[in-house]
Design a protein around this ligand. Sequence first.
Ligand code: BG6
Length: 478
Amino acid sequence: IPVEQFDLIIFGGTGDLAKRKILPGLYRRFLSGQIPEGSRIIGAARSEHGVEEFRDIVRSAIAEHVAPDKHDDDAISGFLNSLEYVTIDALGTGGWKELAALMRPSVVRAFYFSVGPSLFGAIAERLKKYKVTDDESRIVVEKPFGHDLPTAKALNETLSRHFTEQQIYRIDHYLGKETVQNLMAVRFANMLFEPLWNARNIDHIQITVAETVGVGGRGEYYDKSGAIRDMVQNHLMQLLCLIAMEPPYAFDPDALRDEKLKVIRALEPVEPDDIVRGQYLGDDEGPSYLEDCGNPSSLTESYVALKVRVSNWRWKGAPFYLRTGKRMRARSSEIAIVFKDPPHSIFGDQAGQNPNVLVIRLQPNEGMNLTVTIKEPGPGGIRLIEVPLDMTFKEALGAEADDIPDAYERLIMDVIRGNQTLFMRGDEVEAAWAWTDPIIAQVEDRANRPKPYEPGSSGPEESLILMHRDGRRWREVK
Ligand code: BG6
């Protein structure tokens, strides 16, 4: 879908996120013809670069972060030609007048704050003061959106002093993932699932976001955050909301966000026994968490598993088990909806061992898989076996599956379109912190050392107990 001509200004335009995600993503959109002629991408950062130097930086970022089959010389030079650069002092006066002078009337303006949250206020204020923005301008802010509820509230207040809620796009890049959006299509565009989507038919839900990377390189940031702040408060919470929410009346920003907010408000406080935290050990392939974060006495978790209860009519009795960690066995993110056993077996003992499980694979091998019990073909009585009804995107869509845009590409294009559906509203972020703050406080109060786990494993042994004591088990991380 085409978008209007735009100017996208990236504060932190030479930073890590810009080089890894934002600029390569924009290049891929350019290559696919989605960026209209005359649109400009303006890098804004503290370093004194000329535009040619900035173009060289972006050329290297494309070489490094875009798949080689998408390196097209003509497209690269076309894309680089759309780039501009302004040296700017976020906390001072330098560069702001120059930036204002670059702005054009009747072109969509979006300002991407790809900088630390401590600069959000200063940039927002200067954008207004130097009249760089107009009433239609949008600002895009990255996580972490605060460190806890008070800091998130303060950030919301600061931004709302200069911009309306309709102008603020808070990114949670998980919402831009193809399979995450597909979750809503599966639930609300089919008749098959929704009538069963409740605690009467569903035993429990598992949400796993396992990563193989450690925190090396960003240990200092990570150690102040930990898995609960870095992943649960935002990405896992969003996944939980999309699974648990009531059908919104339309795929409309406020309709959707209202429903997500109701889920967050229905979350029960997490009991101390329902949390397991871990820290990875070292091996031949890499240092331990304690070495990676540079703090030998750190109590921060690189893994967390939680049992979460949603206290409402739909979900009472069907818990959500969440887990996420670094340096685990595989990079594997999935949501598994584990259905209950049939109420009565006409096949004797064999039935009821393997309930239906709907697995939504978020990454890699995006797709869906539904386990169904059938009769094993052959003579001699009924023997039940479990078979998967498999729908990987690759198989279903063929080559098209390779062209699925990355989360950032899609979200940036949504900003240009002015569509806030996949962005978080201020009250939603605050509600998410209001739920995670007590969990973090409880963990900090008890000052328990996170349990060590082997790198390449599926987390600490203790996380198994979380499930076993409820007569359930985690799916294998693979
Ligand atoms: C980020 C976290 O938000 O998400 C990182 O800060 C994490 O710690 C990353 O690695 C995971 O994103 P993805 O898209 O690779 O699953």
